[in-house]
Design a protein around this ligand. Sequence first.
Ligand SMILES: [Zn+2]
Length: 341
Amino acid sequence: MVCNDASKAEFAKAQMLLQALDAEYGSELGYERAALEDIAMRETIICKQCNFENNIETSEQRMLLCKKCKKEIWLTADTFYHKARLFRPRIVIPHIFEHGIVISINQAAELLDVSNHTAKLVYAQAGIVVTKRIAENAVDVPSQFCIPVVCRRSTQTPAREHPAAEELAVQQQLKEDRAASEPHFESRNLNEQQRQLLAALSDEPASFEYLSEKTGLNSAELSAQLMHLELLDLVQSCPGNKFKLAVSLSLHGAVDNPAQVARAESLAKTFSYFIKDYFQGVSRKYLQIYASLHWISQDRKCFPKYSLRKLFASHSHISYDEILAYVTPPAVRMVTPFNTS
Ligand SMILES: [Zn+2]
């Protein structure tokens, strides 16, 4: 259990919020009703047996009988409340997040008197749903910047190695993928002129004149070679008789501009404080999920009260298998700046 002051204070806040929520909802039945009300906002549900669209007339029951084929339709099927035995943790945890309160999975399990497994499931589902909502204002932070907080193992961690070894494996894979996507200049039987030309090209469109000067090729030779490389998908023509390396050739996902690197580093640093304060550490595999939880905890404008509950109720079920299969990509998407007002 985490026991620094920040996390103690957050836990106390969560306890107070829980008291208020328990007073409001009364009992597990009250929480269930609240969840069913969220689901009933869909208004209709399609019967999987006969495809008949049934109106959801009441939010009192978890199951209704199809008007047409009379088979059972479970309102919670394939939702955030799929096969949930307890509704309380699934209502309370989103509310905790919406209040900007951060508690660890262990603390949530203790607070709500559920297993760690249940708390972990809800956290992961929340993180995955919210990750899908991360939009354009996010910055791609290379996952290697987050290595200082990677100290938990996952199913992806190589045996008998430190959890950070997972990152090394990802970097190695990335390198291999890039090497594989450099379309084997050697094997493509490129001639000397074509090689020279590729060396002169970059991600930035370059003019025909510039390329001619750089390679010493005359117009006719240059035109012919450019066309040849374009047909091989190695070169892309741009407006204004300009040319650049085809997208497949540029280093995909690499952050190379110094201002971007500085920004990504500063985001990674803020994120590591968040992890150290409240979670001690994470596994590499789930970095993105925690980055998304970080976003929720900070961004009150994007996640006002009830927003997460509504979001989760309208999202389809995320299974445990999906969570196990989740792996953070080489770039962790982090949102900035936060709307803290
Ligand atoms: Zn039916």
